[in-house]
Write a protein that binds this ligand. Structure first.
Ligand code: BDR
Ligand code: CA
Length: 311
C-alpha cells in the first residue's frame, strides 16, 4: 500500500475522504492525519478528525494539530457550508481518542526525514498551510515527497468562495504558491472534477442502505451538505470534493486530466487564490501538475459504497 499523510480540515467531505482511505488498507496506509484550520477553526478540525477515526474503529491512527491560521492573512471559514461544528448532519459522540503530542508540521518533517525517500505521499484536502510551513522550515524534505495529491483550485468551474477562487486555495494562497512551486509531482482535484462527483438521491440511498453506523453517518453528512449546494448551484447532489483524492489512490483510472502549469494568484484583491492553469498550453511555463478535469462518477460512487461497507 501507498503510505499517506492526510492533511485535513473536516468538513463532511473530508470525513468521507478519510473513511474511504481507512477502508482501503490494501491500497492505502494512512500513517497519520494532520489537522489544519479551514472549514472551521483548528480546535474543531482536529476534534472532527478524531471523531471520524473513532467512527471507523481506527483509534490507532495518530492525529496531530497543525497551523491555526494561514501564513499571511486572517482565517476564512465555511460554516455556511459545513455547519457550526464542521461535521453537521449526523450526531456523532465526542472523541475519546487523544491528540498525539507534537505539532503537525514537525510530524510531517520528521516522517519525511526518517522514512525512505520517495515513499510518503501527502494528501492535503484543506488549506495548504501545514504543508507549506513544513517545506519552509525544512526544505530538505521537499525532494523526499513521493507525490502530493490535493483537492483545490478550479479552471472552467472558477470559484466557490469568490468568483475567481476555490476555498482551499483562497484561504491560504501564499501556502499554495509555495506548494505549487516546490517541484514535487502534484495531482490536483479542482472543482472541475469534484462538481461531477455529485451525491444524487440514489447514491445517498446506497450509502444509507449499507445500514452500518458509517453508512448512515455518511448519508446524513452528505444530506447536510446538499442543503447548502442545491440552493446555490441548482443541481441535485452535494459535490464530494475531497474523496476524489483518496479515490484516485485506489483507482486512478476513474479520473482524466492534463499535465499543465498551475500558478497561484497571491497579489490581486479581485482574484486572490485563483489557480491559473495553462489548460491550452499557451505559455512556455513548464507543467507542474496533473490537473484533473473528469471522473467516471458512477465508478467513483460504486467504489465509495463498496469500500464504506467494509468499515
Ligand atoms: C473544499 O473546501 C472545503 O469546504 C471542502 O472540504 C473542500 O476541501 C472545496 O472547495
Ligand atoms: Ca476539506
Amino acid at each position: 500500500p501507498r503510505k499517506i499523510i492526510i492533511d485535513t480540515d473536516p468538513g463532511q467531505d473530508d470525513a468521507v475522504a478519510i473513511l474511504l482511505a481507512l477502508a482501503s488498507p490494501e491500497e492505502i496506509e494512512v500513517i497519520g492525519i494532520t489537522a489544519v484550520a479551514g472549514n472551521v477553526p483548528l480546535p474543531l478540525t482536529h476534534k472532527n478528525a478524531r471523531i471520524i477515526c473513532e467512527l471507523a474503529g481506527k483509534t490507532d491512527i495518530p492525529v496531530y494539530a497543525g497551523c491555526d491560521r494561514p501564513l499571511a492573512h486572517d482565517l476564512v471559514t465555511a460554516e455556511h457550508v459545513h455547519g457550526k461544528t464542521g461535521l453537521d448532519g449526523p450526531d456523532l459522540p465526542d472523541p475519546q481518542m487523544h491528540l498525539t503530542d507534537g505539532h503537525a508540521v514537525d510530524y510531517i518533517i520528521d516522517t519525511l526525514r526518517h522514512e525512505p525517500s520517495g515513499t510518503i505521499t501527502l494528501c492535503p484536502i484543506g488549506p495548504l498551510t501545514n504543508i507549506a510551513t513544513a517545506f519552509q522550515k525544512a526544505p530538505d524534505i521537499i525532494d523526499k515527497v513521493q507525490e502530493i495529491i490535493l483537492m483545490g483550485g478550479a479552471y472552467f468551474e472558477v470559484g466557490n468562495i469568490t468568483p475567481a477562487a476555490e476555498f482551499n486555495i483562497y484561504v491560504d494562497p501564499e501556502a499554495a504558491d509555495i506548494v505549487f512551486k516546490s517541484g514535487v509531482p502534484i495531482v490536483v482535484m479542482p472543482l472541475d472534477v469534484t462538481h461531477k462527483a455529485l451525491v444524487t438521491k440514489q447514491r445517498n440511498d446506497a450509502f444509507r442502505n449499507i445500514g452500518t453506523p458509517v453508512g448512515i453517518a455518511v448519508a446524513k453528512m452528505t444530506e447536510f451538505f446538499e442543503r447548502f449546494d442545491k440552493e446555490k448551484y441548482g443541481s441535485e447532489g452535494a459535490p464530494l470534493h475531497d474523496p476524489c483524492v483518496t479515490a484516485y489512490l485506489i483507482k486512478p483510472e476513474l479520473f482524466k486530466g492534463r499535465h499543465v502549469n498551475v500558478e497561484i494568484e497571491t497579489v490581486s484583491d479581485l482574484t486572490r487564490g485563483m489557480t491559473v492553469a495553462d489548460w491550452w498550453d499557451v505559455t512556455d511555463r513548464p507543467a507542474n501538475a496533473l490537473f484533473i478535469g473528469d471522473v467516471d462518477a458512477d465508478g467513483f460512487f460504486a467504489l465509495l459504497t463498496e469500500r464504506l461497507a467494509r468499515l
